[in-house]
Design a protein around this ligand. Structure first.
Ligand code: ARG
Length: 575
């Protein structure tokens, strides 16, 4: 059981025994400072207010009834009625033995659908797609680690008006005898070309419009060209996922086009249920739940007056599919904060239409924007969008320079593989370690620094531990020693190690990966402090203590590697 849950349980029982109403929470929290113990129970103040009692007296009564035998070795009342809990070292060492038992109760196992990455295939992936891709990947890893069944859904944009223009362009190129792969070598250039044709050549523009309609009604020629384009664009995305060490595969792609046949039935159903009504020839769902200041309901168009369907129609079809066919209990959407209104509209309409019963949790987890040094959305020097592929290449190049400077006795292939892990890790960590909903400033030097809350710092801490084991001549995972906590730094480290699962539980609920990053940074720092104060391999350290400390080292390395893996970041033995 999680430490916090255990203490909450014991405190609740004591409060009831002390005559405090059952719905008063003990409010167990981590202590801010070591002198206030390891945990604090702050519920006496709230209860005293309700009962018009003296909070310190109430705290004394709670302690009288409290059973923390074998768990805590000191309790004290501080300030107006905080109860500080000092956990006992032997309790901590006992629990360290069971640190790896984290099985999920069968009844708590959920099917979690995660909508992430979901780029538009018309263009190349750019930096704007990074956040959804990696934050969603982190949550997929965490929920899977907990034992849930995760179904990733890459809701790629492969349908809609832009594709008429793109296939008309591709037709021109292929007509000139060019191969599709070559013509589409640079999707960005290709897109610009076709846009230019579209804007300047009316005949081309008419053809492009005609092709959209033909494509959507299943015309062979158009489908064929479209498929060629999609194949190249998808391959490019899959390559990026691999480079990013993100678990998205081809089988997770469920693009907009996959819902083409569902759109008409969804519309019909919304009309039949009176949820979508006619408005100037279009079909619109008016949502009073999202009314503006003047009480005008928020409109969500589900069919244009010309008959075309929209992004929202597809999302409703996708929602229905995820509930009915994937049997989701929870659906997480990792999409830019700018789409918040869209998501609200989809959720409200989806609930009304009965596509998602209230037992299914629908969650939009928005995120802020990656900014440049100038405080504006991150751009190239000339003001263009930064291709994600280019950004990743630069990260690895910069990391390689650093690695070469830092360690000269690595061989070439080691350097390449370390640079890959450090460069990609740095970009991902810089993003994941910021509160998700905030914007952040992209800064190469900060993210690649070996000091502070960065991936290289954590990866370096891991290599330090590996080198201790190399020096000791022991395999890290062959240890079975018990941990004997003597020094204060050992206790701090042990407590941190035991809190790993609490942190994971938290991130699994609120989907804020920075909590895990902060934890790992604190863990690495606790390890460094421990290592400075508590010699491990010195000749005057007794064999018992040496074994115990090596065990702490091994647990620290495992936890760091596991936590980084949940962020999608790799570790290495040397760097
Ligand atoms: N393709 C969309 C975009 O690039 C994101 C799709 C997100 N997922 C969804 N179910 N709407 O903006």
């Amino acid at each position: 059981m999680r430490l916090k849950d255990l203490l909450t349980q014991r405190f609740s029982a004591a409060m009831i025994a002390a005559g405090i109403p059952e719905d008063c929470s003990p409010m167990v929290a981590l202590s801010g400072k070591p002198q206030f113990g390891d945990y604090q129970a702050n519920g006496a103040m709230g209860a005293a207010k309700r009962m018009r009692a003296n909070p310190r007296d109430l705290a004394t009564q709670i302690i009288d009834k409290l059973n923390l035998e074998g768990i805590a070795d000191k309790l004290e009342i501080a300030g107006p009625g905080f109860i500080n809990v000092h956990l006992s070292p032997s309790f901590l060492s006992d629990n360290l033995k069971r640190i790896n038992s984290r099985s999920l109760d069968k009844k708590d196992k959920k099917i979690v659908v995660i909508d992430h990455s979901s780029p538009n295939l018309a263009k190349e992936m750019h930096v704007g797609h990074l956040r959804s891709t990696i934050i969603g990947d982190c949550l997929a890893r965490i929920l899977e680690f907990q034992g849930h069944e995760v179904v990733r859904q890459n809701h790629m944009g492969d349908w809609g008006t832009q594709f008429g223009m793109l296939i008309a362009e591709l037709e021109l190129h292929l007509g000139d005898g060019e191969q599709a792969a070559l013509a589409l070598n640079d999707l960005e250039v290709f897109y610009q070309q076709s846009k230019k044709h579209f804007d300047e050549d009316t005949e081309f523009a008419d053809r492009a419009r005609d092709y959209v309609v033909k494509l959507q009604s299943g015309d062979k020629h158009c489908r064929n060209l479209w498929q060629k384009f999609i194949d190249v664009s998808v391959a490019h995305n899959l390559e990026i996922y691999q480079k990013l060490n993100v678990g998205l595969l081809k089988k997770h792609i469920k693009p907009e086009s996959a819902y083409n046949d569902d759109l008409e039935p969804v519309l019909q159903d919304l009309v039949d249920q009176g949820i979508a009504v006619d408005s100037d020839g279009a079909k619109v769902a008016f949502l009073p739940e999202l009314a503006d200041k003047n009480g005008n309901p928020s409109p969500m168009i589900v069919q244009k007056s010309g008959g075309g369907f929209l992004y929202s129609t597809t999302d409703l079809a996708a929602l229905r599919f995820r509930v009915n066919k994937l049997h989701a209990n929870r659906i997480l959407y990792f999409i830019d904060a700018r789409q918040s209104l869209h998501m609200k509209q989809v959720f409200i309409t989806g609930r009304k239409a009965g596509y998602a019963p209230h037992s299914v949790s629908l969650e939009h987890h928005p995120f802020g924007t990656m900014m440049g040094n100038d405080g504006r959305p991150f751009k190239t020097r000339s003001g263009g969008t930064v291709k994600l592929a280019d950004l990743l290449t630069e990260a690895v190049e910069r990391a390689e320079k650093l690695v070469r400077k830092k360690n000269s006795d690595l061989n070439e292939s080691d350097i390449k593989s370390i640079a890959e892990k450090v460069g990609i890790g740095a970009i991902k960590y810089a993003d994941l370690s910021i509160t998700r909903t905030n914007d952040y400033i992209f800064n190469w030097d900060a993210m690649l620094s070996f000091e502070g809350n960065t991936a290289p710092y954590l990866q370096y801490a891991y290599t330090r531990i590996c080198s201790i084991f190399r020096k000791a001549g022991i395999e890290q995972n062959s240890l079975i020693a018990a941990v004997n906590i003597i020094e204060a730094q050992e206790k701090v480290l042990a407590l941190k190690l035991l809190q790993f699962n609490e942190v994971i539980d938290q991130v699994a609920i609120d989907c804020y990966p920075h909590t895990l990053c902060t934890y790992l940074y604190e863990l690495a720092s606790a390890f460094m402090t421990f290592y400075e104060h508590c010699p491990v391999l010195k000749s005057d350290v007794s064999e018992d203590i040496k074994q115990s400390r090596l065990q702490l080292c091994a647990l620290s390395a495992d936890t760091l590697a596991c936590g980084l893996d949940l962020l999608g970041i790799e570790v290495m033995e040397k760097m």
